[in-house]
Write a protein that binds this ligand. Structure first.
Ligand code: CUA
Length: 330
């Protein structure tokens, strides 16, 4: 409506302007044009008309604001149940913890369709902003001030989310997906995510598991390896009472990798977890391009400069072992 009004005014004003410029342009020997300074009638007209137009626009603006304003969170019902998720903003990736199910994941928030998803927003570092344009507006994630928001996804599918508050060099690469699935698929997913990681049987993957314990386990957690259970990252990473005190492990800086192989995104949402389609032989640089995990392990700072993964250079054999292990963690 506002666009329509603006187009009419634009065409009218510019039309008269262009007409006047051409029709009344200066020609040699012309007298001074008629002076209308101080004409009360004219000045009233060009004040009152724009004022009226602005009031019309104000009406439509207020109507639009009321239309998009959030309603109160609906109570849980049989047709629209409610679930809770804690979204933790890290520099620069999103971690998701499901307090009702004790599941921790990263980069993809999986939720059932037609369910009120109540999101607790948590940061222990800088201010981020949780935004999934197709599902819900922005809400800041402020350290020491725990915001919440809620949304309902009415259609299955994958929706892109991003961080919408400048939070450091990789702010633009702090992405995530919201994957909306039907209720059965969600329950299946939850049950599989609740399991501890299975020990690998493949010799290459076994080497990778040993390497993980040696070199990765001080920043990353795997339930069944260096973690006893999934824990509430938000509580754990804060200095809130009951966080570190209740015997859960110290806050880990990197994502929980327990079911890494089941994820679609890695590295804070900047890379697809595309190992299955590609060949992960790091000795072949061309093929590494088709295997994002190998690419990431080879040079995490090259993929995402400034991120917390500052590791020594891994050999191609080590990369291959880690890829075999981590991608096997379904
Ligand atoms: Cu987090 Cu921008």
């Amino acid at each position: 409506m506002i666009l329509g009004i603006s187009i009419v005014i634009f065409v009218l004003v510019e039309g008269i302007l262009i007409f006047s410029i051409i029709r009344y342009r200066e020609r040699p020997g012309m007298p001074n044009p008629f002076q209308n300074h101080g004409n009360l009638k004219l000045e009233l007209v060009w004040t009152v008309i724009p004022t009226l137009v602005l009031f019309v626009i104000l009406f439509f603006t207020i109507r639009g604001l009321l239309y998009v304003a959030p309603e109160n969170e609906p109570a849980a019902s049989a047709s629209q149940p409610r679930m809770e998720v804690t979204a933790v903003g890290h520099q620069w990736w999103w971690e998701f913890y499901y307090p009702n199910y004790h599941v921790t994941t990263a980069d993809t928030l999986e939720v059932p369709v037609n369910t009120t998803v109540h999101v607790k927003l948590f940061s222990n570092n800088v201010i981020h902003s949780f935004w999934v344009p197709a599902l819900t507006g922005k809400t800041d994630v402020v350290p020491g001030h725990d915001n919440t928001k809620w949304f309902v996804a009415q259609k299955e599918g994958t929706y892109t989310g991003i961080c919408a508050e400048y939070c450091g060099t990789q702010h633009a690469n702090m992405r995530f997906n919201v994957k909306v699935v039907n209720n059965n698929d969600f329950q299946t997913w939850v049950s599989s995510q609740q399991q501890a990681a299975t020990a690998p049987t493949d010799p290459l993957a076994q080497k990778g598991a040993a390497l993980f314990k040696n070199q990765c386990a001080s920043c990353h957690g795997i339930v069944g390896v260096n973690l006893k259970q999934f824990y509430d990252t938000a509580q754990e990473c804060s200095d809130l009472p009951g966080g570190k005190a209740n015997g859960t492990p110290q806050c880990l800086i990197g994502p929980n990798l327990t079911h890494f192989g089941s994820r679609n995104l890695i590295a804070g949402g900047v890379l697809d977890n595309n190992t299955e389609n590609g060949n992960c032989d790091p000795n072949n640089p061309k093929l590494t391009q088709q295997c994002n995990l190998a690419k990431w392990l080879k040079d995490p700072q090259g993929v995402k400069p400034g991120n917390d993964m500052n590791i020594g250079e891994l050999t191609n054999d080590q990369i291959q072992q880690l890829v075999a292990y981590l991608e096997g963690l379904k």
